[in-house]
Ligand binder design. Structure first.
Ligand code: PXG
Length: 474
């Protein structure tokens, strides 16, 4: 490798790494030939909320990597926890009646932090594997209960649950299906609680709660049409992330949880983004007031420092699995990897010690949301500002009355995202919705810095579209 990784000056290496990347590395969710032409950006270092690329450019990471770096970059305690475990027990598994201290301590810590009844966990290595595992456990649960017909998995439009065959089938983002002949049979979708999009979707001028009641009724109708005796589970992210940061109206989750209870459908909360303080509680289901039967989590479990995910079982499923009279024929080589477990355990200790979920709920979250509204309320191209905890969406629209989006070929989200990169800010574009999910350790001064950069970029986007005469001064 050309040059030590600790050295900040990589400018002589950038072209070399770009060439290697173009020749040998296929990227996720990326058009390879376009990227090879443009040249990839090489991220070499991170500290706090900041990243540096190989040209020495500093970026504010407004997305916590991919919604995961709760504690920010360069946390020494996490690095030490990982290094200690690497030296002590770099690998062993949990097959063959064995375990290790890191993983059992982690399981017990999770049981302490998780919602009522969730006292048992399984481990995997990614959100996708967690989804896949959850669906297998749900199927097995109904087989154990003598209800083998309950097999269909319900989920929402625009949902993202991962990319394995089953997780992609469960996902409602349809572009994830075409290349792979998905979804598999046995997966059905119901509407997402996307209130801002409801007007264009023909729901008229409903308020958020009325809209939630309407889509809950549609969901119930679909359940009755399929037959509840055939339905195994309903899966949902408490806040939909990759589908456009869809924050449900407050009555949505209680309504859906009640429907699941009435029709004996297992409720699966996908907490991969919303877990570990992101919404101002330890878990999103606590912020939105419902108790799932099964939960999946990843990302913030280790602040992204190690690949690890978990599946927790509520009382009903936990009892069934703990008391089953046969082997559970499932598990990965790296389930409960000692190094990943050690890092996750330390991460939970820090989140708890620093009171980070409460900080998001009581201080930094409200500050971020207030400053966000002060910055963008009334902006000529901002249709809706949605936020909860340290999650925010700024939806860019052509018409604020009708909610009409800009024409697709203007690629407004991409335009804005490119301005962000050029101005040292990572802000994700989902269609024309700009999304922020900064590290949970962000300070008030850093929030101000982030939003000032975001304002410049959204102003420049508006200017490109002829909707603003002059960009605001930096
Ligand atoms: N569930 C949810 C809710 C997710 O957001 C997964 C499952 C899958 O996790 P893994 O670890 O298998 O990637 C996710 C992942 C984006 C983006 O562009 C979001 C995710 C992954 C990659 C990109 O917003 N979320």
């Amino acid at each position: 490798m050309p040059g030590p990784i600790a050295n900040d000056n990589f400018s002589n290496s950038t072209a070399h790494w770009r060439a290697l990347d173009a020749a040998h590395h296929i990227h996720p969710f990326t058009q390879s030939n376009l990227l090879a032409r443009e040249g990839v950006r090489i991220i070499v270092r991170g500290k706090g909320i900041y990243l540096w690329d190989s040209d020495g450019t500093r970026l504010i990471d407004g997305m916590s990597g991919l919604w995961c770096v709760q504690l920010g970059y360069g946390n020494e305690e996490l690095a030490e926890a990982g290094a200690d475990a690497l030296r002590t027990l770099p690998y062993y598994n949990h097959f063959f009646k064995t375990t290790n201290p890191y993983t059992v301590e982690l399981a017990a810590k999770l049981a302490e932090l998780l919602p009522t009844g969730h006292t048992r966990v399984l481990f995997a290595n990614s959100g996708s594997e967690a989804t896949d595992t959850a669906l297998k456990l749900i199927r097995y649960y109904w087989n154990m209960q003598g209800k083998p017909n309950k097999k269909l998995h319900l989920s929402r439009e625009l949902s993202y649950h991962g990319v394995t065959m089953a997780a992609a089938s469960l996902s409602g983002l349809t572009p994830m299906h075409t290349q792979f002949d998905l979804p598999l049979p046995g997966f059905e979708k119901v509407p997402a609680p996307y209130w801002y999009g409801a007007k264009l979707a023909g729901y008229g001028d409903m308020g958020p709660e009325e809209f939630a009641e309407a889509i809950a009724a549609e969901t119930e109708k679909k359940i009755l049409a399929i037959g509840p005796e055939n339905i195994a589970s309903f899966s949902g992210e408490p806040v939909q992330g990759a589908g456009g940061l869809i924050i449900p109206p407050p009555n949505y989750w209680p309504l859906l949880a009640d429907i699941c209870r009435r029709y004996d459908i297992l409720l699966h909360a996908d907490e991969v983004i919303t877990g570990f303080g992101r919404t101002g509680s330890w878990f999103g289901c606590q912020t939105f007031g419902f108790l799932p039967d099964i939960m999946t989590m990843a990302k913030g479990l280790s602040s992204g420092y190690q690949p690890i995910s978990a599946i927790s079982l509520g009382e009903r499923m936990g009892e069934a699995f703990a008391n089953a009279d046969e082997e559970l024929v499932h598990g990965y080589t790296y389930s409960g990897h000692p190094v990943a477990s050690a890092v996750a355990l330390k991460n939970l200790e820090i989140l708890e010690r620093e009171n980070i979920p409460a900080r998001v709920h009581n201080s930094i979250g409200p500050y971020f949301q207030r400053r966000l509204r002060e910055t963008f309320q009334g902006h000529p191209i901002v249709g809706e500002i949605r936020s909860v905890g340290l999650l925010a969406a700024i939806e860019l629209v052509a018409d604020k009355i009708s909610h009409e989006p800009f024409p697709k070929d203007r690629q407004v989200g991409t335009l804005c995202r490119d301005h962000c990169f050029a101005h040292g800010l990572v802000m994700r574009a989902i269609r024309d919705t700009m999304v922020l999910a900064p590290p949970l350790v962000i300070t008030e001064a850093e929030v101000d810095e982030l939003l000032a950069a975001a304002k410049i970029c959204i102003d420049l986007t508006a200017k490109d579209l002829g909707r603003l005469e002059h960009s605001a001064p930096p």
